[in-house]
Design a protein around this ligand. Structure first.
Ligand SMILES: Cc1cc2nc3c(=O)[nH]c(=O)nc-3n(C[C@H](O)[C@H](O)[C@H](O)COP(=O)(O)O)c2cc1C
Length: 183
């Protein structure tokens, strides 16, 4: 069994999404003896923006398809995902490999994998809140993974820019929530 662990935050050791994604990996690993973990740090080793000739290199796609569980640290930048993470997504959503079109519409081909996403957001985007319409991180990632046949799970730390107390309690709650993922 293989876990693919992806991080994208530019905040190094101060990153909430990195701390939460690491905890998720520890929980999943602890529950499944012998898991191999492959780590990809998209901030330290960014993938270039997609160009046509890069479709030839399918190594990022193969790495994704070889994993049973994919854990992603996803900070919110400008209401959506970091471009570093988008460059990775551009390499895994590939017609004929992770989705295809049928007479009944698109069908995901990446079924059977578990995707767990650690979200870190500076503000609050709950349904009905003034900023809800600007939430393009969780909604995008859910729609994207649904499209390729996967229902992703989320652990979120929100309101991290509100103040130190909110930040500490949101991260601590999110880390606590990762424990249930081992089940
Ligand atoms: C470049 C940049 C853009 C950001 N844009 C938003 C934003 O649009 N909405 C928001 O709620 N927080 C925003 N934030 C705050 C981050 O989501 C927050 O600091 C979060 O903790 C980042 O994740 P990390 O701790 O894993 O780095 C932004 C932060 C940075 C660095």
């Amino acid at each position: 069994m293989t876990i693919l662990h992806i991080d994208a935050s530019i905040n190094g050791e101060n990153s909430a999404s990195r701390a939460i994604s690491r905890s998720i990996v520890d929980q999943v690993k602890g529950a499944n003896w012998g898991e191999e973990v492959i780590y990809r740090d998209l901030a330290a080793d960014p993938l270039p923006h997609l160009t046509l000739d890069q479709f030839v290199d399918t190594s990022v796609l193969e790495e994704f398809l070889a994993a049973d569980t994919i854990v992603i640290g996803a900070p919110m930048y400008n209401f959506t995902l970091p471009t570093q993470l988008k460059a990775w997504i551009d390499r895994i959503v590939i017609a004929g490999r992770t989705f295809h079109y049928t007479a009944d519409g698109p069908e995901g081909l990446a079924k059977g994998r578990r995707v767990i996403i650690a979200l870190a957001r500076g503000g609050f985007y709950n349904e009905g809140s003034p900023a809800a319409a600007l939430e393009h991180l969780e909604t995008y990632l859910r729609g994207l993974f649904n499209f390729i046949g996967i229902e992703p799970e989320f652990v979120a730390a929100d309101g991290l820019a509100i103040g130190p107390e909110q930040r500490e309690s949101a991260i601590s709650d999110a880390l606590g929530e990762t424990i249930r993922l081992a089940a």
